[in-house]
Design a protein around this ligand. Structure first.
Ligand code: MN
Length: 154
């Protein structure tokens, strides 16, 4: 994990396929076999026992998305790169660089990159957090009752 004592400065190292930081483990783009998520990579930037939170950087390749989920813990998200759309509760919002998104407790959420642009974002969470819940068929049906959400999830 990243400890400033170990290395107080980690240089930003952009690569053709995304944002990177010196010495930070990069978990490459992956797809879930159940198609829960697609083309999303993850880097934990800060995680220390003396801070009760973690700061992660996620990047979604064009056309990719995060898992549709909900949980008790909250997310504070800052869009750093590219753009796309997010479902937060019953709203679909456009995401542009530097936008802030707050995901409250037990709120369905999913982040999608645009068709031609990646979506890179910082996400702050509790270090101690509950496991995400996935939607049941009934949950999905309720969500898709809204035409805008149905289009977003399609
Ligand atoms: Mn989440």
């Amino acid at each position: 994990m990243t400890h400033p004592e170990d290395k107080p400065h980690r240089a930003f190292m952009p690569t053709p396929d995304g944002h990177r930081w010196e010495g930070v483990e990069h978990k490459p783009y992956k797809e879930d076999e159940r198609a829960l998520f697609k083309d999303i990579s993850r880097q934990t930037l800060f995680s220390r026992p003396d801070i009760a939170g973690e700061l992660r950087y996620f990047e979604v390749a064009p056309g990719g998305h995060s898992t549709l989920e909900r949980h008790e813990h909250v997310h504070a998200v800052l869009i750093l790169r590219g753009g796309g759309q997010a479902l937060v509760g019953d709203r679909v919002v456009a995401l542009l660089q530097n936008d802030l998104v707050t995901v409250p407790p037990m709120t369905w959420h999913q982040f999608r990159a645009g068709p031609d642009v990646p979506l890179g974002f910082l996400c702050m969470v509790d270090a101690q957090r509950d496991k995400p819940q996935l939607p049941t068929e009934n949950d999905l049906e309720s969500l898709k009752a809204d035409a805008v959400i149905a289009k977003f999830l399609a």
